[in-house]
Design a protein around this ligand. Structure first.
Ligand code: PLP
Length: 411
């Protein structure tokens, strides 16, 4: 017998249960106000989304352009990625991390890390399965679980004064969640260097994570989107460098940030063959692969001289310094981010009670600067706003001067 939904005919997307579990998009209000101001001719400095403003390096663009003209590439591609790109990914891991990957079984190309994470959860989770996610977090880390019908158990992500993850606290939280939660958690999702907090993790911490996940039978998913954006002396480690990690873990990498290819939509997932193959299978039903010239250009990007990656990192480092110096000079003491293309700023003292959404709206209204309210990254992000370093140093200095003016007049 057909059952008729009470909301028939549907009048809003909330009529569909899976969608109604998704909270309202916190960034939507700010985005709408930003659009209004730009349309009214105001000079808005947008430091909101982590959308890189840098162009893709010329040699990568040229490789794509050359192959785009060849009709052989205009057909459907391989959903799991062409072998040339999967081989280049395996070589990238061998070269940078001394990690050996079987490009047939342990590598799958994704339409950006975001798509990959969402579909991995769909592949791994049964309805009601629990995933542990430290928050504040990049939104898809929590919503991928919701989309897949799972349950998210958040753990507070905190750091020390040097910008390292507070490892003891996080691991104690995981341990407690595994022991006290029912049904028992199935997976842990981590991401270091971290968006939005900019926290970094070192190898000893990863060793403890892998040991804990192996002992407690947790799948481990590591989003390594900011792999090449560490400003410290040692590059951020890959989770797959830890012995035994491949038995339980996969790692996502994105071409969006390191190679300024955000609009091209290329990323990949590597590691545990069973998990990689589960994602490969889901994708084989859902997509036909990325436009082949883009995959060829991504392989070229990974194999070529990597000075463009160093240049990009140094650009973000200079921007970081300009933003932090400017904010501090204007009376807002913001910690120096050890990594990523963001700064994570606690609300200045007089504005703490206002909350991050209202403070971000005030920054837009009175300084013409767009930032992301911390609560958009989960309740644990309240009390902060995130700056994305997606403007040049001159614009960042202008932004900090305007913010200084706003803070002074509000005081
Ligand atoms: C932590 C993290 N993961 C993944 C992504 C998205 O990567 P992609 O463009 O490859 O989908 C972002 C983008 O901001 C991110 O911050």
């Amino acid at each position: 017998m057909n059952t008729v939904a009470p909301s028939w005919p549907p009048t809003s997307s909330a009529a569909f249960p899976r969608i109604s579990r998704l909270p309202a998009y916190v960034f939507a209000t700010i985005n709408a106000e930003k659009r209004e101001r730009i349309e009214a001719g105001e000079d808005v400095i947008d430091l909101g989304m982590g959308n890189p403003d840098l162009s893709t390096p010329e040699h990568i663009v040229q490789e794509m352009v050359q192959h785009a003209a060849e009709g052989i590439h205009h057909r459907y591609s391989a959903s799991r990625g062409i072998y040339g790109l999967r081989d280049a990914i395996a070589e990238h891991y061998a070269r940078n991390y001394d990690v050996q990957l079987d490009s047939e079984q342990e590598v799958v190309v994704t339409i950006g890390a975001k798509e990959g994470i969402a579909h991995l959860m769909l592949a791994l989770l049964d309805a009601g399965d629990t995933v542990l996610v430290p928050t504040p977090a990049y939104p898809i880390h929590t919503y991928s679980v919701v989309f897949a019908g799972g349950q998210v158990r958040t753990l507070p992500l905190i750091g020390d004064d040097e910008g390292n993850v507070a490892g003891d606290a996080l691991l104690a939280g995981v341990d407690d969640a595994v022991r006290s939660g029912w049904p028992r958690a199935k997976a842990l999702l981590l991401s270091f260097p971290n968006n939005p907090t900019t926290l970094v993790a070192d190898r000893p911490f990863f060793e403890r994570v892998v040991e804990l996940c192996r002992r407690e039978e947790l799948l481990l998913i590591h989003d390594f989107a900011y792999a090449q954006f560490g400003f410290g002396a040692t590059p951020p480690p890959s989770i797959l460098q830890i012995p035994g990690a491949k038995d339980i873990a996969v790692e996502f990498f994105s071409m969006s940030k390191s190679y300024s290819m955000a609009g091209w939509r290329v990323g990949f997932c590597v590691g545990n063959a069973a998990m990689v193959q589960a994602l490969t299978k889901v994708k084989s039903y859902l997509d036909y692969g990325i436009f082949q010239p883009i995959q060829i250009a991504a392989a070229h990007a990974l194999r070529c001289d990597q000075s463009c990656v160093t240049d990009t990192r140094e650009t973000y480092r200079r921007r970081r310094d300009a933003l932090i110096q400017g904010l501090r000079a204007n009376g807002w003491p913001v910690p120096l981010p050890p990594a990523t293309m963001f700064a994570w700023a606690p609300l200045p003292d007089p504005f703490v009670d206002m909350g991050s959404v209202e403070f971000a709206r005030m920054l837009l209204a009175e300084a013409g600067v767009v930032v992301s309210p911390g609560v958009g990254f989960g309740a644990d992000g309240e009390g902060h706003v995130r700056f994305a370093l997606i403007q040049d140093e001159g614009r960042l200095r202008a932004a900090t001067d305007r913010i200084g003016g706003m803070l002074r007049s509000a005081a």
